[in-house]
Ligand binder design. Structure first.
Ligand code: PLP
Ligand code: ZN
Length: 413
């Protein structure tokens, strides 16, 4: 079932290496997370930048030879991936760097980067003969799984904290998934979903413990490199909760470096909310990452114990990246500034990456010749209540020309 370019799975912590089939979620020896190992020579023999140039599939499936499933789904026209990488020369100038690009992953079908992982997980589940997928979610993984399950005809069950933003819970219900809004935080939902999947022999799309998810998320790095003509940027800013997105970004650039399609690794910077910064706090420390008691309005990165923390820490250290902690107030300010200067409305967790970029710029991290990418992972339309915190309430205006003019004079933008 598994493609020939997959050599197996390797533990991120101990020396265990084993076959990718039968599939195991975690290391059978130490219980830590796994990575897929590829035969890069075999991939290079059948695929390269030139052949990709001729491929007009704009979705993430253009990278099938670098993914651990046998085939692409029959129908992929909803298009996951292939999101814009947008240049902002005026912002680059303002922050005294040569190039600033925003990777706008809010433009995926369900409005977040999580679609890349859900799309691959559904295909993997199908190849394993599974009929039901369960996931714990702070909201986006669930809404993504629900949307793409509706598209591909898969049953999905989502355990999410009942306090998740209403738009995300609505998305899950709207797409016909079974929602279990638990009276607990994400961490409790996570353990329950994993247990349920084991007991009912279903597929578990829990972030971190399933190495397929980072493989799906790595397609964002493959795209960033290809959209820059196979040149990696100098820096990339990634918002971090469980640490799976940043692990995926690192894996994508690692694959490309191993294939020699790019010749450098960007510094991959982790941005966490100050109230949920277990991974950033663990940098420079040995041993297990210590849980925190998470408290941030950026719900998607509000995590007590990061489930992909070891791989995230490795990604930051091996890429020469740093950790940044941003206050909720700075996230909201960055979110507003981003909307006003780029036209992109990002949710707080995504805007955190931009807040981290601004913090790094003020701290003098960049050289004038630097090329920086900020990864925006989710749409602001998923959580308008947070954005409203900085907006002045609007008053009702009489529907006459004179009242409209008076109002506009009074509220000059
Ligand atoms: C919009 C958004 N940004 C960032 C993250 C953080 O990703 P990870 O938990 O893989 O670190 C998430 C995860 O839910 C998310 O939905
Ligand atoms: Zn191990």
């Amino acid at each position: 079932m598994i493609p020939e370019a997959i050599l197996g799975l390797r533990c991120c912590q101990c020396d265990w290496e084993g076959p990718a089939e039968p599939f195991s979620y975690i290391c059978p020896t130490c219980g830590k997370n796994l990575d897929f190992i590829y035969d890069y020579d075999r991939i290079a023999a059948s695929c390269g930048p030139l052949s990709l140039n001729q491929d007009n599939d704009a979705s993430m499936w253009r990278y099938l030879p670098l993914l651990p499933v046998k085939a692409a789904p029959e129908n992929k026209s909803l298009r996951v991936g292939g999101t814009p990488l947008v240049d902002f020369p005026h912002l680059a100038k303002k922050t005294r760097i040569t190039r600033l690009q925003i990777k706008d992953d809010t433009r995926n079908p369900s409005g977040s980067l999580k679609d890349r992982a859900s799309e691959l997980a559904i295909q993997h589940a199908r190849e394993l003969g599974k009929k039901t997928i369960i996931a714990a979610s702070t909201g986006n993984a669930g809404s993504s799984l629900a949307a793409l399950s509706a598209y591909h005809g898969m049953n999905s069950i989502i355990l999410a904290p009942a306090t998740a933003p209403i738009a995300k819970l609505t998305q899950i219900l709207q797409h016909g998934a079974q929602l279990v809004p638990v009276d607990a935080n994400y961490d409790a939902a996570f353990d329950l979903a994993f247990e349920w999947a084991q007991k009912h022999e279903s597929y578990c799309r829990n972030t971190g413990v399933n190495p397929i998810l980072a493989e799906g998320k790595k397609t964002v790095a493959l795209e960033i490199a290809e959209q820059n003509d196979w040149k990696a940027p100098d820096h990339i800013f990634v918002p971090v909760g469980d640490g799976c997105i940043i692990s995926g970004v690192y894996k994508g650039f690692f694959d490309l470096l191993s294939l020699k399609w790019i010749d450098s690794m960007p510094a991959i910077h982790a941005v966490q909310a100050e109230g949920s910064a277990a991974i950033v706090d663990s940098l420079g420390q040995e041993g297990d990452i210590q849980p925190v008691s998470a408290n941030t309005l950026a719900d998607s990165i509000s995590v007590d114990l990061p489930r992909d923390g070891d791989k995230a820490r490795r990604a930051i250290i091996k890429s020469g990246g740093r950790g940044f902690k941003v206050k909720d107030a700075d996230i909201l300010k960055a979110q507003k500034r981003l909307s006003e200067t780029t036209g992109i409305f990002a949710e707080p967790a995504a805007a955190a990456a931009y807040a981290g970029f601004l913090q790094a710029s003020e701290a003098g991290v960049f050289k004038p010749e630097d090329h920086v990418v900020v990864l925006l992972t989710g749409s602001g339309l998923k959580d308008t209540a947070s954005a409203q915190k900085l907006l002045k309430p609007v008053e009702e205006v009489n529907a006459t020309l004179v009242d409209v003019e008076t109002y506009l004079d009074k509220h000059q933008g």
